[in-house]
Design a protein around this ligand. Sequence first.
Ligand code: 5GP
Ligand code: ZN
Length: 133
Amino acid sequence: MAENCIFCKIANGEIPAATLYEDEDFRVILDLNPAALGHALILPKAHAANLFELPDETAAKALVLAKKISGKLKDGLHADGLNVVQNNGEAAGQTVFHFHMHLIPRYADDTVDVKWKPGTLTDADREKILNLF
Ligand code: 5GP
Ligand code: ZN
């Protein structure tokens, strides 16, 4: 556990939260300020600030868990779709620096905004990025 990390405290049961699922590695809770009905957060119990710090084994389990919980939310709440959102770093919108995945059920008439303005992939940008790999 990291000191003064709210999600460490929630994930490990020190601070109560509405829990949808728990196992030895994860707790899944309802977001306190949901974007839409059923907005849930997957929290690993072991602290990692972001995806870059997350152990491979936890990362692999997290996506399997996201699939399982997302299906239950979508079916149970009769959602029309669902976004999996995961922010890393302040520039990317992360506000709590303990890795988490947002599961956001989507409804045809909802007001959730997960959008960006499409840009243009230039030849120079494409080459710069391809050269990294
Ligand atoms: P981020 O912006 O870091 O990707 O997402 C943080 C999320 O955590 C936000 O959606 C916010 O509403 C939620 N959140 C922050 N503090 C608490 C809390 O104490 N309890 C719960 N259940 N959710 C929280
Ligand atoms: Zn933490």
